[in-house]
Design a protein around this ligand. Structure first.
Ligand code: 4AD
Ligand code: MG
Length: 478
């Protein structure tokens, strides 16, 4: 058995005086041909490995370059030096894989996030991405724990679908048809009968519709999977492939839905505050450093940990879309034309409006409800006023929209009429409408953009830095 290593995180919690131990990992630095800083990804802190001068071959020392991997066996000792409590006095060191110091792109110095994105295959070996992806892992785990504790059923919804759940037409096509000899009907249109599924298909934009089907049997379900949007948005908050968590609950109205979403977000934050303290402290310091580079006026007033603690500990603000528009239109910022985009009742809030509301006005997350029906999806429940729907968006400081959800239209006639108005293929979605035909109930759900949540928790400015291999327009490397 080769792998008898102890993880560095565990080693760093041990006391000297026991027998020999084995560690393995990647060399961050070698100092004075004597001190190796070794990292294995279990935490950002390195283990110092001490080589007794003269006891190791010159040829071995030459190979101990940044990026190389090794196995070391030895005893733990109290460290004589500053900067670490304990160190490993090596008896043997074995190189597992060398790394050409001239060519290895990750030098032991500060690299920009932009540069690290170009070497995303190596950025797991940096402290920033170590922390980000450990936190991302913890958040995924907490997602399942939250719903499991509440008796929800985890539903795996399909990746390939024949429907457009959001009705927004932002889909990636899935086909095995040839582009050179596309089979066509007499009229010249593509003959999808010859395609793999015998009909046009696409990558899912949301698992919601299937979630609704299952909620009509289990009452409480959630999905957590990849979703795909072919929207050409090159922003710090948009990905073409992102992960979404979508609970769907029978018998919930809009208020129940808001309560669930708020509990969920605060649970996730509390979970990482409790379990990932060291990584959050690192990210807090990193962000503070980044903020210092900005002009005074653009700096955020609160640190990362402070922000997370405050969000976990207080209620979100709840206002209607109509109130939100009023507040923005009355604001000095709007009157002084500080916003790039115009706003009037009926128009969608732009992210600058959303961020002003949460960051400048309320200074906490805000749930905006009851949007005009024209700017929301076909499945949202129509309010008695005839103009708005029972929608809710949660806006978070630094991010903007983090959750989108609604109470669903459970009344068959209302739903069908709305679908026809919005040119949704009613006949093709017979299965969706069946839920309204057979035992329909009030129900509601929402979608939390997982990467936006990871951004919020880690304080990373760009969404490309919270998913291992981002997919964005003109970029599918790795
Ligand atoms: O508001 P959206 O489009 O809502 C839905 O998809 C509903 N079916 C959800 C539901 O009710 N079950 O997306 C939900 C969330 C957004 O609030 C945002 O956080 C995230 O998904 N999101 C994106 N994240 C990254 N990149 C993109 N291109 C995103 N589009 C949406
Ligand atoms: Mg939305």
């Amino acid at each position: 058995m080769f792998n008898q290593r102890i993880k560095i995180k565990e080693v760093l919690a041990m006391v000297p005086g026991q027998g020999e131990i084995t560690v393995m990992g990647w060399v961050r630095t070698l100092r004075n041909n004597q001190f190796i800083a070794l990292n294995d990804g279990s935490c950002n802190e390195n283990l110092q490995i001490v080589l007794e001068l003269g006891s190791f071959d010159e040829s071995l020392l030459k190979k101990l370059t940044t990026g190389s991997s090794l196995r070391a066996v030895g005893r733990l000792e109290d460290s004589q030096g500053k900067g670490q409590r304990i160190e490993l006095k090596a008896r043997t060191v074995e190189i597992l894989g060398g790394s050409d110091a001239e060519k290895f792109p990750l030098q032991p110095k500060k690299h920009s996030l932009e540069f690290l994105r170009e070497i995303a295959h190596l950025r797991f070996r940096t402290n920033t991405f170590g922390s980000v992806f450990r936190v991302r892992h913890a958040l995924s785990f907490a997602v399942h724990q939250f719903f499991h504790e509440r008796g929800f059923v985890y539903l795996h919804t399909p990746i390939i679908t024949a429907s457009d759940a959001e009705g927004a037409g932002e889909m990636f096509k899935v086909t095995t048809l040839s582009f050179d000899q596309t089979p066509r009907n007499e009229g010249g249109e593509v003959n999808f009968k010859e395609d793999f599924f015998g009909r046009p298909t696409n990558l899912t934009v949301s698992g919601q519709l299937e979630g609704e089907l299952a909620a009509m049997g289990f009452a409480e379900v959630y999905t957590f999977g990849p979703t795909f949007r072919a929207e050409n948005s090159n922003t710090t908050r948009h990905l073409a492939e992102f992960w979404m968590i979508e609970p769907e609950v029978a018998f919930n109205d809009l208020e129940d839905n808001m309560n669930l979403a708020e509990d969920f977000i605060r649970y996730l934050i509390s979970y990482v505050l409790e379990h990932n303290r060291t990584d959050l402290e690192f990210l807090d310091a990193r962000l503070a450093e980044e903020e210092k580079q900005k002009p005074q006026a653009e700096r955020s007033e609160t640190g990362l940990l402070e922000k997370l603690e405050s969000v976990a500990g207080q209620d979100f603000e709840r206002i209607s879309y109509t109130q939100a528009v009023e507040i923005i239109l009355q604001s000095p910022a709007f009157k002084k034309k500080k916003f790039k985009y115009d706003l009037a009742w009926g128009m969608d809030l732009q992210s600058e409006h959303e961020r002003w509301l949460v960051e400048k006005h309320f200074k906490k997350p805000v749930i905006v409800t009851d949007y005009p029906k024209e700017i929301k999806a076909f499945y949202m429940r129509q309010n008695p006023d005839g103009r708005t729907v029972a929608a809710m968006d949660i806006l978070a400081p630094g991010i903007g929209e983090i959750v989108g959800g609604s109470q669903r239209e459970e009344r068959l006639d209302m739903l069908e009429t709305r679908m026809r108005e919005m040119h949704i293929p009613v006949e093709q979605m017979w299965w969706y409408l069946d839920t309204r035909r057979y035992g329909t109930v009030p129900h509601a759900g929402f979608g939390l953009g997982f990467e936006r949540m990871v951004q919020f928790v880690t304080g990373m400015t760009n969404i490309r830095d919270v998913i291992p291999f981002p997919r964005t327009p003109k970029n599918a490397e790795f």
